[in-house]
Design a protein around this ligand. Structure first.
Ligand code: AQP
Length: 342
């Protein structure tokens, strides 16, 4: 096998399965915007096929997909600079996922912590799609030969599996066709934790709305959630190791750092010695100043449904022009008769 040079290309996605929250924003969306650079091709997807691995109300799914697109644009993604689309409009994702279902091993999927967490004790009743989720995610990435994937820390294991699938495919067919993708898990907030419990990830499916800040929350709600966030009675330390064994304090410092584009060390140099009574209003003010313009722009864009649908359709067309030839080449490698280069 000869070494192939792959053009740098960024791909990532977010599920339209509920409200975007601060974890999605700091761990993923804000990073997507940072990577939208002139020398980098960026492809960002609303992964609706992933969302239906657990049942979604059809009307809500359509609404969430458009709202997520509005969130992408309001946060700074520009449809002229990045390819924005919803996954189901590009059938190559699902087609390549089938090939990968035949490459990935059952044991690999069974080890996925997200599968274990989401299916819980009721695995027999979970959908086959939920089990095969990482194989579709590998296809999302590799149908663009993407080299860099910005995600939150919780997706690390799925990205390792994407690499395993690429390596096994290349090995099984004696080619150097799929790139070995680099996860980009960077910044102060790669794992934003629940505001109610510093040992749990902030997530859409947490039953307590007080556990997360939604991108659609108004200023008063954001301030109230931060005021009521669980903390401890100690003052903030001036050094990072003073946050050891203080998960809730560490979480709020990391959120502050990510929102203000600083490191946690820089934040502690500024706020060390302050009590939470003083720090929480600072954090609330910062969060409102960063999130309010995004949520009001999201609300405005949601009034322009036809424009959103047009952006998604145009994005899907551009995405297909990259994905279709890669799928056709995959089919040829596998030996499918009639496979023609797109
Ligand atoms: N708490 C988080 N901190 C940092 N990054 C996070 N991400 C999610 N939660 C956090 C990142 O957001 C991107 C999109 O996530 P997703 O919507 O595809 O899936 P998810 O991880 O299932 O989101 P939730 O909120 O955690 O949903 P549920 O409750 O259904 O499990 C990914 O890059 C992810 O890392």
């Amino acid at each position: 096998m000869t070494e192939t040079q792959f053009t740098p290309r960024v791909f990532s996605g977010i599920q339209p399965s509920g409200n975007l929250h601060l974890g999605n924003y700091l761990g993923a969306l804000k990073r997507f915007v940072d990577m939208q650079q002139p020398d980098m091709e960026t492809i960002y997807c609303m992964v609706d096929l992933h969302a239906i691995t657990v049942w979604q109300d059809p009307k809500e799914l359509a609404h969430s997909t458009r709202e997520l697109c509005a969130g992408f644009i309001a946060a700074g993604l520009d449809p002229e600079k990045s390819i924005l689309f919803n996954q189901s409009q590009v059938p190559e994702h699902a087609q390549l996922a089938w090939i990968f279902n035949c490459v990935a091993r059952m044991g690999w999927m069974q080890r996925m912590t997200q599968w274990k967490d989401k299916a819980g004790k009721n695995q027999q009743n979970a959908s086959l799609g939920l089990f095969a989720y990482p194989s579709l995610m590998a296809a999302d990435i590799l149908t663009y030969h993407a080299t860099h994937v910005p995600v939150g820390d919780d997706q690390k294991q799925h990205l390792e599996l994407t690499r395993d699938i690429a390596i096994k495919f290349n090995h099984d067919y004696g080619v150097d066709f799929f790139p070995i993708t680099e996860p980009v898990i960077e910044g102060a907030a790669t794992r934003v934790m629940s505001l109610r419990d510093g040992s749990k990830k902030m997530s859409k499916s947490d039953p307590s709305d007080m556990s997360r800040i939604n991108m659609t929350d108004d200023a008063d709600t954001i301030a109230k959630k931060i005021r009521k966030a669980k903390t401890d009675p100690e003052a903030l330390p001036s050094e990072l190791d003073g946050l050891d064994e203080r998960p809730e304090a560490r979480n709020l410092v990391n959120i502050y750092a990510a929102l203000s584009d600083q490191t946690a060390e820089q934040v502690l140099a500024e706020v060390g010695g302050k009590q939470f009574g003083e720090f929480k209003p600072m954090l609330a003010e910062l969060a409102v100043s960063k999130l309010a313009p995004i949520s009001s722009e999201m609300a405005r864009l949601m009034g322009e449904e036809a424009e959103i649908d047009q952006i998604l359709a145009k994005g899907a067309e551009k995405a297909r022009s990259i994905a279709a030839p890669i799928l056709q080449q995959t089919y040829e490698i596998v030996g499918m008769v009639g496979a023609k280069q797109g």
